[in-house]
Design a protein around this ligand. Sequence first.
Ligand code: COA
Length: 345
Amino acid sequence: MFVPEGVVTNERMSRLMDTSDEWIRQRTGIAERRYARAGTSSCDLGIEAARRALEDAGLEAGEIDLIVFATMTPAHYFPGNGGLLAAALGLHETPALDIRMQCAGFLSGLQVCDAFLRSGTYRRVLLVGGECHASLYPWSEAEWAVMFGEAEGPVSPAAYAWGTAQRDRAVIFGDGAGAFVLEAHDVDDGRGFLGFEMRTDGTHWDKLYVPGGGSASFPYFSPEQFEDNRTVPVVEGRQVFRLATTAMPAIVRETLEKHGESLESLSLLLMHQANLRINESVQKTLGLSDEKVFNNIQKYGNTTAATLPLVFHEAKQAGRVKAGDLICFTALGAGLHWGAGLLRA
Ligand code: COA
């Protein structure tokens, strides 16, 4: 995993908008998040995570057969981050695939990579999830200096008003990237991914989306879109919260059942980190003890396509992933996409 060094506390957030450490902790569980500095894209974060994952796997970039990059904040509208990442790693022919499934992007990437390995199409795949949400905010250098604790403020009334108008969304996101190297193994020892259940219900597309910038608008971009804040994500927070707390436990149960497993045989549930209260509700619904869940949203906020590799990496570092463990990944995100995947570690 790789997260930018800029830590933004809730107290710092409260200088940019009408919010408080108490509100953010109580409603989301988030204590701080990381934000990238201007000039660092989601791809740059992904490159660092990819390098670390390759090092951890003891592999050179040239030994990778396919790159898959999941993000909802690509460095450019097109081309996607996959090719940029490949070039940064010195690869000139290795195919690269881009996934845009927001908070479910990494989970979907795992399924795609697993299928490629199972089919024998590729033997080694590098999957990256990375986001740079900082780029969505309109703040100037002076306002970012307040965010990063380098200036005391106050910020301009206009910046504070903008922050307050978006405060429900502004406090929940953070930047970071994570990467997995997945490799086919010839011996069937029961280890690896057992399978995935993925779902999409596009009728909920407008619960979480960006209205402006896209071919639904003619022209694709216009000054008016920026003036009307249509380039900022719309989040129907309560509805997404309700959908997440019902759909995630249901798909976890279904996936376990499909593979002849149960909540009892499950060692660890790693959930998308959108809101600690969502995850506590899912844990309660499934009746899982604290030993069977691991969260790190407290330190990073919602890093969208990066949450699963970040939470997996830190669970592993904390000694919560042991050989033979049954681990379930689950996520839900804009689209609406959700699903679960089972891993025998
Ligand atoms: N600080 C202080 N007050 C805030 C606030 C903030 N950051 N954000 C919202 N509020 C206020 C609202 O203005 C509202 O005030 P009112 O009752 O006086 O009108 C009140 O808090 C409740 O607002 P609401 O938006 O209903 O809050 P919530 O409890 O639903 O929490 C989310 C908002 C976004 C944290 C929560 O809905 C959530 O986590 N949703 C799902 C997560 C999500 O969408 N993730 C995206 C990708 S999966």
